[in-house]
Design a protein around this ligand. Structure first.
Ligand SMILES: [Zn+2]
Ligand SMILES: [Zn+2]
Length: 404
C-alpha cells in the first residue's frame, strides 16, 4: 500500500505542462486503465469484507452501511460496489477483465446488474452455459462503451428471461430520492413504472409546453426541472395539499433581520436558512421573502425569532391580479414569461419600507426574480410612459431585443 501511495505522489509531482500532447494522451489512457484496476481492487476488497462481515467490527449493520459511514461513500455507489462484488464471483471472465483494467466499473455494473440469481438459474435450466455468456459479455465490454455493452446484455436477458419484460411491466414499484450534493445543490434520482411516469409526463408537459415564451433558451432538461418546481409551487399555492401538523404546508425561510435590511453583497452578513435545503445566501433569502407563499421567520442579533408567521408582504390576490393585468408578462427586458410563471416582486423591498401595492409590484419570472436579488439587476418603471426598464449591476440599461 505504501508503494502505491508513493507512486501516486510521483504522479502528482509530474509537471503536465512539460508533456507533449502525445505524452498527455498516453498519460490519460494509462491513468484510466489504472483507475479501472484500482476500482476492481476496491470492489474485490469490499466483497471480501462483505463475505467475512468485517463491518461488524465497527458496529455497522452491513458493508453498504460501513462504506457510507466510514468512507462517506454515496449510497447508490455503495450499493453498486457491494452488489457488483457479489455477482462478479460467478463471472470470472468479467472479473478478470475488470482486474486487468480493460473494462470499467460501469461495464462491470451493466453486466452484473442483469445477472440476477433468478436469471442465472433460468439460463441454467435452458441449457445456456454461464461461463460462455460471461466470456462473450466480457469480450463485448472490452470492445464497446457501457451503453453498447448494455444492449448485448439485454439480448441475453431477452433470451433467458422472455417473461422478464412482462414482469417488468407488472412491476409497479416506484422510488424517488432527493439529497443535497457536495455542491449544495439538490440531486434527484429515481425510477417508476410506465403508468406513474405517464402521469408525471402529462402534468410536466402541460406546464412545459403550455405557453413557451418566444426565444426561450432553456433546454429540455431545464424546462422539465422548472416544470417540476412549478408543479410543486402550484400545489402549495392551490392549498390542495394535506395539512402538516395542523398547518397548510408552505416554504419557510429563516433570515436574520440585519441580513434582510443589508445591501446586496454587504460583508459579514449571514445568510438565511430553509427547512429542507439548509443555508442559503442573504440574497436568496431576500428573494424568497419578497413574494410568494413563503413564510418567514426573522431572527434578531441573538438568533431568536423577532417575527414569525406567514408573510404579510405576500401580494394579496387583488394586488396580484392588478399587477398581472398591468404587466401581462415578466417585465425584465426581453422576457415574455406569462403571469403563472411569475412572482410579484417588490421594487423597493418591504424590509426597506417598500409597500405591497400595485405601484411597488412587478411581475418577474423566477429566473429574472433571481437576477434582481442574487444577480444585482434592478428594474424601474417610468411613471410617464408606464414602460419598464432593466439595469445591469453596473447601472447600464439592458435594452429589450423584442419590440421597441
Ligand atoms: Zn423580489
Ligand atoms: Zn423573465
Amino acid at each position: 500500500m505504501s508503494e502505491l501511495l508513493s507512486a501516486l505522489d510521483e504522479l502528482a509531482a509530474i509537471d503536465l505542462d512539460e508533456l507533449s500532447p502525445d505524452g498527455l494522451l498516453d498519460l490519460v489512457a494509462g491513468l484510466v486503465t489504472a483507475t479501472n484496476r484500482m476500482t476492481a481492487a476496491v470492489t474485490r476488497a469490499v466483497r471480501a469484507a462483505d463475505r467475512r462481515e468485517a463491518y461488524d467490527r465497527d458496529g455497522a449493520v452491513s458493508m453498504k452501511a460501513w462504506l457510507r459511514g466510514s468512507c462517506r461513500m454515496d449510497p447508490a455507489e455503495a450499493t453498486a460496489t457491494v452488489s457488483t462484488g457479489r455477482r462478479l464471483e460467478q463471472l470470472p471472465a468479467t472479473a478478470a477483465a475488470f482486474a486487468d483494467g480493460a473494462i470499467s466499473a460501469a461495464h462491470a455494473r451493466v453486466i452484473t446488474k442483469a445477472m440476477t440469481p433468478r436469471r442465472i438459474a433460468q439460463a441454467a435450466e435452458a441449457g445456456i452455459d454461464l461461463d460462455v455468456t460471461d466470456s462473450i459479455l466480457a469480450d463485448l465490454a472490452r470492445a464497446t462503451a457501457p451503453n453498447e455493452t448494455g444492449r448485448g446484455v439485454a439480448q441475453w436477458v431477452a433470451g433467458v428471461d422472455p417473461d422478464g419484460a412482462l414482469d417488468d411491466a407488472a412491476d409497479t414499484r416506484r422510488r424517488f430520492t432527493m439529497a443535497p450534493g457536495l455542491d449544495g445543490r439538490e440531486h434527484l434520482r429515481g425510477e417508476m413504472d410506465s403508468v406513474g411516469g405517464e402521469y408525471l409526463h402529462t402534468a410536466l408537459a402541460a406546464l412545459m409546453n403550455g405557453d413557451r415564451p418566444a426565444g426561450d433558451p432553456r433546454g429540455h432538461a431545464e424546462r422539465q426541472a422548472d416544470a417540476l418546481v412549478a408543479l410543486a409551487k402550484g400545489a402549495l399555492d392551490g392549498g390542495t395539499l394535506p395539512d402538516v401538523r395542523g398547518e397548510r404546508p408552505h416554504v419557510r425561510v429563516t433570515i436574520d433581520w440585519m441580513a434582510l435590511c443589508a445591501e446586496r453583497g454587504a460583508p459579514g452578513v449571514t445568510g438565511g436558512r430553509l427547512a429542507w435545503a439548509g443555508p442559503i445566501t442573504p440574497e436568496t433569502a431576500r428573494r424568497l421573502a419578497c413574494d410568494a407563499g413563503v413564510a418567514r421567520i426573522i431572527t434578531g442579533p441573538d438568533g431568536l425569532p423577532l417575527d414569525v408567521g406567514r408573510a404579510q408582504r405576500t401580494a394579496s390576490a387583488a394586488i396580484r391580479r392588478a399587477v398581472e393585468l398591468r404587466d401581462e408578462h415578466c417585465v425584465f427586458a426581453g422576457c415574455d414569461a406569462l403571469p403563472e410563471w411569475c412572482d410579484v416582486h417588490h421594487v423597493v423591498h418591504w424590509a426597506h419600507g417598500g409597500p405591497t401595492s400595485c405601484d411597488n409590484g412587478a411581475l418577474l419570472c423566477e429566473r429574472h426574480h433571481t437576477c434582481c436579488h442574487e444577480g444585482g439587476f434592478t428594474i424601474r418603471r417610468d411613471p410617464g410612459t408606464g414602460r419598464w426598464h432593466t439595469y445591469r449591476p453596473d447601472g447600464t440599461e439592458v435594452l429589450s431585443r423584442a419590440g421597441p
